[in-house]
Design a protein around this ligand. Structure first.
Ligand SMILES: [Fe+2]
Length: 482
């Protein structure tokens, strides 16, 4: 094919006098004029014998559009595996000079490669750390667990300890007003525990700070014991949420409770396996043992035995839920066998039990059983069986170091639940909660605005779920005064 003498031999023009390259690029109206230094850097930057960079990196380094760089490199016939010099450099520079620069580039290239590998490892490590942080560490924000600030409480004239144990708390139980039951759910439970603990502490602390607070872990703290949402024995339960959420929120609440007590005195945690949470009660104990592993003021007695024994001063303390072994005389006999050393070393022997949700004291030849009340109230099962009227409370049992138990205190009763149907002009609002725990308040006006009729709201009140705003809501069980 004949060559037109007026055509330039390359796809670009190099002006030797001004050391500039001229390119006619597709889609660009005017010629692109690049200084020779820029073009030579681009070639070195793209060649694998140079920096081995990408088109994007070269475009960013020279502040040029990516499409222009692609065309320039194509016009220069530069490829990754080509030499790091322009055709003009190869034609004009001495071979020794190019050789020396080529060797220098090779050394620099090797160094960059090592740097890239090192940076890549740093990035991988950073990514692994971020994954660990987001998936695990943020779920345990307090680890290692810092001690809450201890309150400045005057020294007590007597040495004493307190059993402050929310037995039969039934976290995750759900009760509405059906069949005359008292509304109960996690929102109600958490509020009752907080208020009852504050009331008990307010009555204890005028006597000064106790030396120790003992807490039974389990004892129907959880309402259900498995993913099927049943008790340990397999009885289905009305639940406030799915079992996994109940477990996680229950563990977190127990940590809040223990931290609250730590502001007053060191805390000792002892298993009290219940018939609703025989397995999860022990899991909760393990969770607390792990959470407080570095806390010198929290002692966790790690034992899975169904009856637990400890002592304070001259008093033997037996922690028993009270379902399998219930009678005071039976617990006393077992304690004399299972804790014979403590039995012989103490002058007073008591048992702390729960299970039946009402306060009771029973003396069997000096072995005294304190049956502690429950904060969970009366659900429809209790209504059907006639277990009604018991006081909803948290008890505090005070134990003198030498003289043994010298008093029991009860938190004051929670405000009565209001069970009236929703009036048109209500001074109250209904608290409802979606399945992720987000709360919403319902009033007659809000219902109208949401185009919900009173029947829909009442369906929530009666305990049935209601889908609204793409979320499923259920009642929190109580009216709140506006
Ligand atoms: Fe119970």
């Amino acid at each position: 094919m004949s060559q037109n003498p007026y055509l330039h031999e390359r796809a670009y023009y190099f002006n030797e006098a001004t050391d500039a390259y001229v390119f006619n690029l597709t889609g660009v109206a005017k010629p692109l004029v690049l200084p020779g230094t820029v073009v030579r850097d681009m070639v070195k930057g793209y060649s694998n014998l140079g920096e081995g960079g990408s088109v994007n990196e070269i475009a960013r380094a020279n502040n040029l559009p990516r499409g222009w760089v692609t065309q320039v490199l194509r016009h220069l016939s530069v490829t990754h595996d080509g030499l790091p010099f322009t055709a003009e450099e190869l034609a004009t520079r001495p071979s020794a000079d190019l050789e020396a620069e080529g060797l220098a580039l090779k050394g620099a290239n090797l160094w960059r490669s090592l740097e890239r590998q090192s940076w890549s490892r740093i990035q991988e490590d950073a990514l692994r750390w971020r994954n660990l942080e987001t998936s695990i560490l943020r779920r345990f924000p307090d680890a290692p667990n810092p001690a809450p600030t201890r309150l400045q409480i005057p020294q007590s004239k007597r040495r004493f300890a307190v059993v402050l144990s929310p037995t039969d708390f039934h976290w995750g139980k759900w009760a509405a007003t059906e069949e005359g039951a008292q509304p109960y759910n996690r929102a109600v439970a958490a509020r009752r525990l907080k208020e009852a603990t504050e009331q008990c502490l307010a009555n204890i602390l005028p006597h000064g700070a106790p030396e120790e607070i003992l807490v039974g872990v389990g004892s129907d703290f959880f309402h259900v014991d498995n993913e099927a949402g049943t008790t340990s024995g397999g009885t289905p339960q009305d639940r406030d949420g799915n079992p996994l959420d109940i477990i996680q929120s229950g563990c977190e609440l127990m940590v809040q409770y223990v931290d609250h007590l730590r502001t007053v005195a060191p805390v000792k945690l002892i298993l009290m396996a219940g018939n609703h949470d025989h397995l999860l009660g022990y899991c909760l104990l393990l969770y607390l043992a792990a959470h407080y592993r570095q806390a010198p003021d929290v002692t966790v007695v790690l034992s899975a035995a169904p009856r637990q024994y400890t002592s304070y001063g001259e008093t033997l303390l037996a922690f028993v839920h009270g379902d399998a072994v219930a009678r005071t005389q039976d617990i006393a006999r077992l304690a004399s066998i299972e804790a014979k050393s403590l039995w012989g070393a103490t002058n007073h022997r008591v048992a702390l039990t729960g299970h039946l949700h009402y306060e009771k004291m029973e003396d069997d030849r000096g072995f005294v059983r304190y049956q502690m009340p429950s904060l969970s109230g009366t659900d429809r099962w209790h209504m059907r069986h006639g277990y009604v009227g018991s006081r909803v409370a948290l008890s505090a049992i005070l134990i003198d170091h030498q003289a043994g138990v010298f008093g029991t205190l009860l938190s004051s009763e929670s405000p009565p639940n209001i069970k009236a149907p929703m009036p048109e002009k209500s001074p109250y609002r209904w608290v409802s909660q979606d399945l992720e725990g987000r709360q919403e308040y319902w009033t007659p006006q809000a219902a109208k605005a949401a185009r919900l009729d009173t029947d829909s709201i009442n369906r929530v009140i009666r305990g049935k779920r209601l889908t609204y705003n793409n979320r499923t809501w259920r009642s929190c069980g109580e009216w709140e005064a506006l």
